[in-house]
Design a protein. Sequence first.
Length: 155
Amino acid sequence: MKPHRRKRLGAILFVAFGLSVAVTLTLFALSQNINMFYSPTQVANGEVESGTLFRIGGMVKDGSVKQQQDSLAVNFVTTDFVHDVAIEYEGILPDLFREGQGIVAEGRLDALGVFQASRVLAKHDENYMSPEVRAALEQAGANPENHQFRATPEG
């Protein structure tokens, strides 16, 4: 092989190796930032392992919000009107957080089945519902428009 072809081949191999390393690192970084979304029914059915980072969405169950008096800790229940999941969060809740509203929380499920939220997001007006929460409620047989449960056909 002639020297100039050997140089060209070396340069091509170097660039190909560099690109493959860059693509591998990018894909690894992206995979670490992907948080799966689950409904309370999926969590109750055991579709997510404890300790896994994920997002859960649903409606804040009426009468479930318990604010600690001496700290920022809050306990509440999110529901898709089929199953409920208890959530613990320590921090300042969004201004629009209240019972009967849709939320998305990010965190991990502990060994007792309680979702330990690291972040809580509330919908930003009374007419908006995140597509993920809407789809989860519809799949569970709830009507997202009026938050009423409707029976799903057996089959």
